[in-house]
Write a protein that binds this ligand. Sequence first.
Ligand SMILES: *[C@@H]1O[C@H](CO)[C@@H](O)[C@H](O)[C@H]1NC(C)=O
Ligand SMILES: *[C@@H]1O[C@H](CO)[C@@H](O)[C@H](O)[C@H]1NC(C)=O
Ligand SMILES: *[C@@H]1O[C@H](CO)[C@@H](O)[C@H](O)[C@H]1NC(C)=O
Ligand SMILES: *[C@@H]1O[C@H](CO)[C@@H](O)[C@H](O)[C@H]1NC(C)=O
Length: 302
Amino acid sequence: MGRSSSVVGTILALWAVLVVPGECHAPFFIFGDSLLDAGNNQYLNNSHKSALPYGETFFKRPTGRVCDGRIVPDFLAEFANLPLIKPYLEPGFSNYTDGANFAGLQVNEMKYHLTLPPYKARDHIMKLHLKLQLSYFEEMQKKLKQQEGEQKAQELLSKAVYLLSMGGNDYMHAAMPSFGKSTPPLLTASYKKQYMVVVLSNLTSVVKKVYAMGGRKFIFQTVGPLGCMPSNRIGSGSKGCAHDVTVLAKTHNIALSKARYLQLDIGLFAAEYANLPLIKPYLEPGFRNYTNGANFASAGAG
Ligand SMILES: *[C@@H]1O[C@H](CO)[C@@H](O)[C@H](O)[C@H]1NC(C)=O
Ligand SMILES: *[C@@H]1O[C@H](CO)[C@@H](O)[C@H](O)[C@H]1NC(C)=O
Ligand SMILES: *[C@@H]1O[C@H](CO)[C@@H](O)[C@H](O)[C@H]1NC(C)=O
Ligand SMILES: *[C@@H]1O[C@H](CO)[C@@H](O)[C@H](O)[C@H]1NC(C)=O
């Protein structure tokens, strides 16, 4: 996660823009995939529950993050003088005035992959898909109103900053034959386009619902150059980055960065997920020089 620093730098600047001066307390709500999950995955009661060991560098204990240190929301919370934003599913967590984290490991938007001929739907049920994250958010909104009163809760939801990271897993499933256990999908251009439209419209529908509940300040973390992730470089079968999946990511980012796509009057920012260093996976054969770091995580696939 060495790449975090440039992302954090960009997003910190955005935060400064999003939070109106003087409005010192804005809660922080987080939706998305493993890049943002602060540990929800470990509280699931189904077979998707995970027990990630990472956390040694900063927390000195496993935290459920797919990262040995802190993740982007942790740095943002610190910048905004908020405590670390807790995973919504953490037992006993019930005070949401500072925000809550709904993100989940290995999340993609589509509960099932699309069944579009000639591709078979993959029976790959994701853990905390975006729709489920939204329903937890709705549940939280009700509790917040009970605790803080209707008016105060509404004020908090309107002032809040919403961070979303979504799409990477969708595109890897769609375009990387090696991702998951499926056979190569041999995607056609039109299928990919259709797929992206669904991913974007799912994401949009969540943003619109949060908007309807009062949310006005959104940060989208863009999807990184997926094809250059170590696992995908290996999976691409060639020596370089996998091409198709990176194109999907770039196209997604362009679409997202156009505020008019959403047709909402909101503060909308895309935080570029840039400078992804090519940190080699620890297990890559012949890789013995760790000067530039090594990738022990599976976030490359999360
Ligand atoms: C998991 O089970 C516990 C105990 O039954 C329950 O309190 C908790 O809400 C469940 N968590 C989820 C995410 O369903
Ligand atoms: C929730 O936490 C805030 C501080 O973060 C505190 O001011 C407030 O009293 C707490 N609310 C409840 C209901 O405990
Ligand atoms: C995404 O959109 C598709 C097609 O409209 C729908 O079937 C699916 O349930 C949506 N998924 C989520 C997580 O919203
Ligand atoms: C390891 O990599 C660093 C940076 O690329 C390089 O400066 C160093 O000489 C390498 N060490 C060995 C033992 O190859």
